[in-house]
Design a protein around this ligand. Structure first.
Ligand SMILES: *Cc1c(COP(=O)(O)O)cnc(C)c1O
Length: 347
C-alpha cells in the first residue's frame, strides 16, 4: 500500500543528473547533500552517489556531517560549510569532518585543536559567509580546498557572475596546492571557466533546473504524489474548503486528495497551483489544508485511489514551485516528515 502522501526518489535519475554534470563541467562533482539532501534523504542519496563515483560531499551543519559520516563510512571526504563554529572543533575532529573556515575566529578555533585538513571560503561578493579577499589567510598546513559561492548563478546574464569569477580566479591563484571550487548548480552551466577544479551542485542533482525552470538535460528525481480519498459533485454556489476559499461558479467535480501542508504542499499553492492527473494538469481549488487539498476533476476520468502528481516527471518541480511563488529548493526542503519516502533504484 502506498501512503496517501508519498515521495518517490528515483536514484537512477539522480545518477543521470550526476553524470550529466560531470560531462558538462569535466571536473569532479562534489555533491551538496545538506538539509537531508534537500529533503530527499541524505543517506540513500549519498550512498548512490558514492556508487557513481562521488568521493567528496558537502553538508551545511556539523550534525549533518556526523550523521553522514556514520552512514557512509570513513573513506569519503565530508566538508562542513558552516565551518568550525564555536564549540564544534572536537566533534569535527572525532567524526573526521573538514570545516570550511569562514572567518578568523574559526581559523583560530580550528588551529587551537591542532588544525588538520580543512577548506577556506572566500567571499567574492555575496556578503554571506567567508573571508573578504583582503583578509584571507595565506596558504597554511592542512588547507586543501579554497572555495567561493556565486550570488546570481541562476541568472547567466547577470554581470556579477563574471565579476565574482574574476575575483575568485585572482585570489585562488594564491593557493597553488589547494583544490579550487566555485560553481554551484547554476555555475556548472555558466561555462568552462566557472568549473575550476571541482563543482558543488545541489539542486540540479535533485532535478531542479539551473535557472529556476525545467532543463531537458536533467531528469526529475523527486515525485510527490497524493491519493484521491473522495470524489464529490459540488453544485453551483457551494464553497469548497476552509474560509470558502473557492465558490463553485458552475457544477464541479472535486477530488479530495490526501496531501496537505503537513506533507509539504504550500498554502501559497492556491490559487494558482495545479497537479497532474489523468493525462493533464488540473487546478487546486480553495485552500490547501493540513492533510488534504481539493482538485478540480470536472470531466476527467478519475476514481478514488488514483494518484495526483504534485511534482515529478509530468509536473516539473520548478513549475510547481513557481505556481506557489517560491523556488524548487524551498519546495523540496518543505516535504513533510509524515510523507512516506520510497526509493527507486536502491541497491
Ligand atoms: C547550497 C550550496 C551549494 C549548492 O547550491 P545549488 O544551487 O543547490 O547547486 C553550493 N555551495 C554552497 C556554498 C552552498 O551553500
Amino acid at each position: 500500500m502506498t501512503a496517501p502522501a508519498s515521495l518517490t526518489v528515483d536514484l537512477n535519475a539522480l545518477s543521470h543528473n550526476f553524470h550529466a554534470l560531470e560531462a558538462l563541467t569535466h571536473v569532479p562533482v562534489h555533491p551538496v547533500v545538506k538539509a537531508n539532501a534537500y529533503g530527499l534523504g541524505a543517506i540513500p542519496v549519498a550512498k548512490r552517489l558514492l556508487a557513481e563515483g562521488a568521493r567528496t560531499f558537502f553538508v551545511a551543519r556539523v550534525n549533518e556531517g556526523v550523521a553522514l559520516r556514520e552512514a557512509i563510512g570513513a573513506e569519503p571526504t565530508i566538508y562542513v560549510l558552516d565551518g568550525c563554529v564555536a564549540g564544534a572543533a572536537g566533534t569535527l575532529k572525532s567524526a573526521d569532518l573538514r570545516p570550511i573556515l569562514n572567518h578568523a575566529d574559526q581559523l583560530i578555533e580550528w588551529t587551537s585543536v591542532g588544525g588538520g585538513l580543512c577548506g577556506v571560503q572566500i567571499d567574492t561578493g555575496m556578503n554571506r559567509l567567508g573571508f573578504r579577499p583582503e583578509d584571507a589567510p595565506g596558504p597554511f598546513d592542512g588547507l586543501e580546498l579554497v572555495m567561493s559561492h556565486l550570488a546570481c548563478a541562476d541568472a547567466p546574464a547577470e554581470p556579477m557572475n563574471r565579476r565574482q569569477q574574476g575575483a575568485f580566479a585572482a585570489i585562488s591563484a594564491l593557493y597553488p596546492d589547494a583544490v579550487k571550487s566555485f560553481a554551484n548548480s547554476g555555475g556548472c552551466f555558466l561555462g568552462a571557466d566557472y568549473a575550476f577544479d571541482a563543482v558543488r551542485p545541489g539542486i540540479c542533482l535533485y532535478g531542479g533546473g539551473p535557472e529556476g525552470r525545467p532543463d531537458a538535460r536533467l531528469k526529475a528525481v523527486a515525485t510527490l504524489s497524493a491519493e484521491i480519498l473522495q470524489i464529490r459533485d459540488v453544485p453551483t454556489g457551494e464553497s469548497i474548503g476552509y474560509s470558502r476559499g473557492f465558490v463553485a461558479d458552475a457544477p464541479r467535480r472535486i477530488a479530495t486528495c490526501g496531501a496537505g501542508y503537513a506533507d509539504g504542499l504550500l498554502r501559497s499553492m492556491s490559487p494558482r497551483g495545479q497537479v497532474w492527473i489523468a493525462g493533464g494538469l488540473r487546478p487546486l481549488l480553495g485552500r490547501v489544508s493540513m492533510d488534504v487539498m481539493a482538485v478540480d476533476v470536472t470531466g476527467a476520468d478519475v476514481a478514488i485511489g488514483d494518484r495526483v502528481e504534485i511534482f515529478g516527471a509530468d509536473r516539473p518541480l520548478d513549475d510547481a514551485a513557481a505556481a506557489a511563488g517560491t523556488i524548487s529548493y524551498e519546495l523540496l526542503t518543505s516535504i513533510g516528515n509524515r510523507c512516506e519516502r520510497t526509493y527507486l533504484g536502491q541497491t
